[in-house]
Design a protein around this ligand. Structure first.
Ligand SMILES: C[C@H]([C@H](O)CC(=O)SCCNC(=O)CCNC(=O)[C@H](O)C(C)(C)COP(=O)(O)OP(=O)(O)OC[C@H]1O[C@@H](n2cnc3c(N)ncnc32)[C@H](O)[C@@H]1OP(=O)(O)O)[C@H]1CC[C@H]2[C@@H]3CCC4=CC(=O)CC[C@]4(C)[C@H]3CC[C@]12C
Length: 271
């Protein structure tokens, strides 16, 4: 496996690296000289990676990280000076679905974010499409778009107030100020703070725990959580039962209890 901190960082290097390590797919935004600002190329590679996560049964969990000790500084603001920011919407780009940023498109496998350094604007926006979020203690988060009279088109005006308390979401969205990892954990934007430089290792540790679990159970839990978002709980139980019964009917659901009784690690096949 390539170490993201040692990958080539010239403009000729791919803007995003995708590597499979056993059942894990690691997606690394790779433009460290711009703090991994999002480019069209980077977004296209991420879109392909998300399709691969959803379609490849050998992938059980995905990790999203950034090269060089940075997560992502959002849209490439310098590139945006070369033409009117709104021109991209005139050339067929439909912002109702921004797959690269996981807006209007969801993964069927868990996505873990490993954040070091800045995760600003689009960087904090894509974070909101991840399931488990780990950050080095000096990582910085914020939705800076309003500072440049831009709009958080990655979905934050809709998602952020659903993911963290309303008044804090409004403070972050309207001021554009950045917060450090301990505060981000306090408000529930991220789940775990580790010493700087250890976010990726922690993400692998958590990914390994998930990979050892029954993949059908993991994906079913994710599906129910996603499908029940925003619904009254009484409107969820019918689907919850269908999804749960399918997991209980699987070979893996026989293997799990058998492994427990035989005092050995289960060998799940995903069927
Ligand atoms: C619409 C969405 C989204 O909602 C909009 C945005 O994301 S707006 C982006 C706002 N970003 C910021 O405010 C961050 C700005 N940067 C900073 O504040 C700081 O640099 C930092 C805190 C990140 C780091 O600080 P440091 O002190 O550590 O480092 P610093 O010295 O400042 O920087 C080091 C060098 O890095 C350069 N740098 C940093 N950030 C950027 C940046 N954002 N862009 C360019 N360069 C950056 C800095 O200048 C330094 O360089 P030097 O040379 O050393 O000076 C949009 C989100 C994704 C968009 C889509 C992306 C793909 C597309 C491509 C197209 O062609 C069409 C459009 C689109 C589809 C596009 C559409 C909009 C989005 C969906």
């Amino acid at each position: 496996m390539t170490d993201a901190a040692t990958v080539p960082t010239t403009e000729s290097a791919p803007h995003c690296l995708v590597e499979q390590d056993g059942h894990k797919l690691i997606v690394t935004m790779n433009r460290p000289e711009t703090r991994n600002a999002l480019s069209g190329e980077m977004m296209a590679i991420m879109e392909e990676a998300w399709d691969r996560v959803n379609s490849d049964d050998s992938i059980r969990v995905c990790i999203l990280t950034g090269a060089g000790g940075y997560f992502c500084a959002g849209m490439d603001l310098k590139a945006a000076t070369k033409r009117s920011p709104s021109e991209s919407f005139e050339s067929g780009f439909d912002p109702r679905v921004i797959k690269g940023l996981l807006k209007g498109f969801r993964l069927t496998k868990p996505l873990i974010a490993a954040v070091e350094g800045p995760a600003i604007a689009g960087g904090t926006e894509i974070l909101q499409g991840t399931d488990i979020r780990i950050a080095g203690e000096s990582a910085r988060f914020g939705v800076a778009e309003a500072k440049w009279s831009l709009y958080p088109m990655g979905g934050s005006a809709v998602r952020l107030p659903r993911q963290i308390p309303y008044t804090i979401a409004m403070d972050l969205l309207l001021t554009g100020r950045a917060i450090k990892a301990p505060e981000a954990k306090e408000i529930g934007l991220i789940g775990t703070v580790v010493p700087d430089g250890e976010a990726l290792a922690k993400a692998h540790e958590i990914a390994d725990l998930i990979c050892a679990n029954g993949p059908l159970a993991v994906q079913a839990i994710l599906k129910t959580v996603r499908d029940s978002e925003g619904k009254h709980e009484d409107d969820c139980w019918a689907d919850d039962a269908v999804v749960g019964k399918a997991v209980f009917a699987s070979d893996d659901a026989k293997e799990g209890p058998r492994a427990f009784a035989e005092k050995r690690a289960p060998q799940f096949q995903g069927r």
